[in-house]
Design a protein around this ligand. Structure first.
Ligand code: FAD
Ligand code: UDP
Length: 374
């Protein structure tokens, strides 16, 4: 049988970027994936001429020029800027919280008026704290943006997303939401953002061009016991607890599920992302996929559209593991698995499943670009 320098388990951004670099360093790689297609969670399915983000909407954003130049050397990125809109009981508000939102909420038209209004809205909650730090998400939100925004744009959305009361959630979840006294609906603060022109599959195809791949192949079924016979080293991007046969126990995950349908109209909601911030709808948001890649009048060149309702779902066996659960039990258990991983020779554990950490796409690529030896 062929001998490889690397057997790479998982064709997501970690595995694919690794394979790209290793191949250019003269190494022979075999990339396998248990799914029927390559790309991991950035894989898109073409439906009615639209790239549908099958495993969740993905928006690439980074301030790292090296990462941005690298991905653009594989495929050019478009100018998509994420500007979600929130729908609360039929009324629309721009996100993140900025002058547009404050105008929609209170009809204030200048930054000074907005600032005064926010101060007024926060006053009660700040008085209640009486100098101590916010102890939970509700207190954090109330002291950051005040009552109206908390009640209309945060409270119920957060409860849907996390399945818990805002008083029982940690404050840090909301800390990163920007509050801006300018008219700027750009959700991210990063210098660069966009979507690959032609979709994410183009990025994956570019990374894996000329590299041997096999899909529909589970590492545990075919290679676990004999991979050393075909490759010198293993790059493993699957779940870390599964690698060790769950011998210390199972890690938990949070997941989301999607109800995707075709709508017989060229433009369903006029934006890629609309958050539904009240309990009136069971889903947290609706994604209209074409708006990631079609702008202005181009939207009307494709007669139909594809939309996905996104639901927050309790993780059960056989579901897609999406987000690590940030609690004491899981963090401790992951740490124990990481110790086991450090003892494995010739195995690199990489990516979000093997590290049990939430990473955006850009940091995943950055990690691989920064690996000293490949
Ligand atoms: P993955 O893409 O998950 O790849 C792992 C691969 O390994 C999978 O294809 C899997 O099938 C394969 N595999 C696992 N076990 C085995 C096995 N036993 N045998 C063979 N193959 C196996 N990031 C952003 O920057 N912007 C966003 O907007 C964004 N949105 C997101 C939305 C959601 C819902 C989620 C979950 C993540 C989002 N991310 C976003 C993060 C992004 O998805 C990750 O950074 C990226 O996918 C990580 O790549 P990876 O290679 O580590 O993992
Ligand atoms: N959030 C909210 N209303 C919104 C959007 C976000 O209250 O319309 C809160 C919610 O608690 C969420 C947090 O902000 O968990 C972070 O949201 P973000 O969209 O940044 O994260 P993601 O959902 O992509 O993980």
């Amino acid at each position: 049988m062929h001998h490889f320098d690397y057997l790479i388990v998982g064709s997501g951004l970690f595995g694919s970027t690794f394979a790209y670099r290793a191949t250019r360093a003269g190494k022979k790689c075999l990339v396998i994936d248990k799914r029927e297609q390559l790309g991991g969670n950035v894989y898109c399915e073409n439906v009615e001429g639209i790239n549908v983000h099958k495993y969740g909407a993905h928006i690439f954003h980074t301030s790292n020029k090296q990462v941005w130049d690298f991905v653009n050397s594989i495929v050019e990125f478009n100018r998509y800027t994420n500007s979600p809109v929130a729908n609360y009981k039929g009324k629309l508000y721009n996100l993140p919280f900025n002058m547009n939102t404050f105008y929609q909420m209170w009809c204030v038209t200048t930054p000074a008026e907005a600032k005064a209004k926010i101060e007024e809205q926060k006053a009660e909650a700040i008085a209640v704290l009486n100098g101590r730090e916010p102890a939970n998400l509700e207190e954090q939100a109330l002291t950051l943006v005040g009552k109206d925004i908390f009640e209309k744009l945060i409270k119920e959305y957060t409860e849907k997303q996390w399945g818990r009361n805002c008083k029982d959630l940690p404050a840090f979840i909301i800390k990163r939401l920007p509050v801006r006294l300018v008219f700027d609906n750009n959700y991210f603060n990063d210098k660069y953002q966009g979507i690959p022109i032609g979709g994410y599959n183009k990025l994956i195809d570019g990374l894996l061009a000329g590299i041997k791949t096999r899909t529909g192949v589970d590492f545990f079924a075919e290679y676990k016991d004999n991979w050393r016979e075909i490759a010198d080293k293993l790059v493993y991007t699957g779940a870390i607890d599964e690698f060790f046969g769950y011998k210390l126990g199972k890690l938990d995950w949070r997941t989301v599920s999607f109800k995707t349908r075709i709508e017989n109209t060229p433009n369903f909601q006029g934006n890629a992302v609309v958050n539904y911030t009240s309990h009136d709808q069971p889903y947290t948001r609706i994604i209209e996929h074409k708006h990631f890649e079609m702008f202005g009048g181009d939207v009307y060149n494709v007669p139909k559209t594809v939309v996905s309702e996104e639901y927050s779902t309790e993780y059960k066996e056989d579901m897609e593991p999406y987000y690590p659960v940030n609690d004491e039990r899981n963090n401790k258990l992951a740490e124990e698995y990481r110790k086991l991983a450090a003892q494995e020779s010739n195995v690199i554990f990489g990516g979000r499943l093997a590290q049990y950490k939430y990473y955006d796409m850009a940091p995943i690529i950055e990690q691989v670009l920064n690996l000293k030896e490949i």
